[in-house]
Design a protein around this ligand. Structure first.
Ligand SMILES: Cc1cc2nc3c(=O)[nH]c(=O)nc-3n(C[C@H](O)[C@H](O)[C@H](O)COP(=O)(O)O)c2cc1C
Length: 207
């Protein structure tokens, strides 16, 4: 089984990395393969609502990482998105990528185990969590919990390692994630497959 950890900070070795790495260590100890990807600092496009992705499962733009990350998700069984908090919301760059990934192909996340984590100096973590959880909650993702909200505090790169409860929350999230993934694997091997869902009704309140 494989989990992709998406780091939404352009700091490759910043606090978001340390939070995700804490999760990664538990996953690896439990025999789960991981890949930790960083959003980096190259330009990221916004969704331009062209609709060109509909039915294709890929964004029309191939000059950044959106389609590459979608391709990685196809082969993964679970995922975590980690974000630094910027003005009490998730990273705008990460939101742009997630808009395009989930609009083009949210089925690639469906019935997989996923979670989001946020990292801040002081405030705004739960807003960022709400922000990112909304992508998962309408994409049939199975979201494990932890012993606190999935937040870690730290300002300068690496400071988050000193947030004992934050790191404990990351480890417990990872343990719950492993447990749910293993339960799903046992289910799959017993032919207990994800349900067939309805997608036909799409209303917009005036008809
Ligand atoms: C543009 C910007 C806005 C920020 N806004 C907040 C904020 O609203 N609340 C907060 O506690 N920290 C804020 N921070 C601090 C970062 O969230 C914090 O340093 C975090 O650890 C950075 O994660 P990273 O090292 O993975 O990049 C902000 C940082 C930047 C660059």
């Amino acid at each position: 089984m494989k989990v992709i950890l998406f780091n939404g900070s352009m700091n490759e070795q910043g606090n978001t990395y340390y939070a995700l790495h804490e999760i990664e260590k538990i996953l690896n100890n439990e025999g789960i393969e991981t890949e930790l990807l960083c959003i980096g600092n190259k330009p990221i496009r916004d969704c331009i609502a062209c609709g060109g992705c509909v039915g294709k499962g890929r964004c029309v733009f191939n000059d950044d990482i959106a389609n590459e990350w979608l391709g990685k998700m196809e082969k993964a069984d679970g995922f975590i998105f980690g974000t630094p908090v910027y003005f009490a919301h998730a990273s705008g760059r990460l939101q742009s990528i997630m808009d395009r990934m989930f609009y083009a192909n949210k089925k690639v996340f469906a019935h997989k185990v996923g979670a989001v984590v946020s990292i801040a100096r002081r405030a705004g973590t739960t807003f960022a969590l709400d922000n990112l959880n909304k992508y998962l909650l309408m994409s049939n993702v199975i979201i494990p919990g932890s012993t606190y909200w999935n937040v870690v505090f730290g300002r300068t790169p690496g400071e988050s390692q000193g947030d004992a409860e934050g790191m404990q929350t990351m480890r417990n999230l990872a343990k719950n994630m492993v447990w749910v993934m293993k339960c799903l694997e046992i289910g799959k091997n017993s032919n207990l497959l994800p349900p067939d869902l309805e997608y036909d009704a799409k209303t917009h309140f005036i008809r």
